[in-house]
Write a protein that binds this ligand. Sequence first.
Ligand code: ATP
Length: 202
Amino acid sequence: SHFIVGLTGGIGSGKTTVANLFAEQGIDLIDADIVAREVVEPGSEGLAAIVEHFGEHVLQSDGQLDRSALRECIFSQPKQRLWLNECLHPLIRKRMLELIKQSTSAYAVLVVPLLFENGLDSLVDRTLVVDISPELQIKRTQDRDGVDKGQIENIIRSQMPRQQRLDKTDDIIDNQGEIQEIEQTVFALHKQYLSLSKAVLS
Ligand code: ATP
């Protein structure tokens, strides 16, 4: 696709739910979380660089990245955290660009939790935020994952504040109501993106 929509929103806001509605319209999805795992798969350039930097102890016996060992390495080590981010971001970006090139739908949706935080909005033509209140973020994430409230609050605090995200975006889906209510909004946006993608081609 030539036209790329970046879909973002805080934890538990409904990104996956919304992305699946675009997929139902035949739109290709590119998921940043999947790409982030791909670039450190066994045999990848990313995993090789991490092992060279931190040592073999960040590998599990099956050759997969030991994420908790890696987390230990960067925990309260800003320099190491920075090194890891600077190692992975170019690889993630490159892989996303490859997947964008391979996409054949009229436009593609890039699902990125930290779209603005990580500057990945520079890869997209249009941004779409799924928006709910922090109270609902906590409730829905708790219902889904059963993790404790404090942990979710920490994640919310580590992400861009709600209003800042809303100020930056082109489009917004208000997901505070029932799931059925967003279907029409997604369909209206889909039609808008189809016409924008045609305008890009001409
Ligand atoms: P994360 O950032 O944690 O991956 P996400 O933004 O992808 O989350 P979803 O997984 O789509 O969010 O939604 C979070 C939870 O809230 C899911 O269990 C989902 O089924 C539920 N949910 C989404 N939208 C609504 C809604 N409008 N009403 C009630 N529940 C909803």
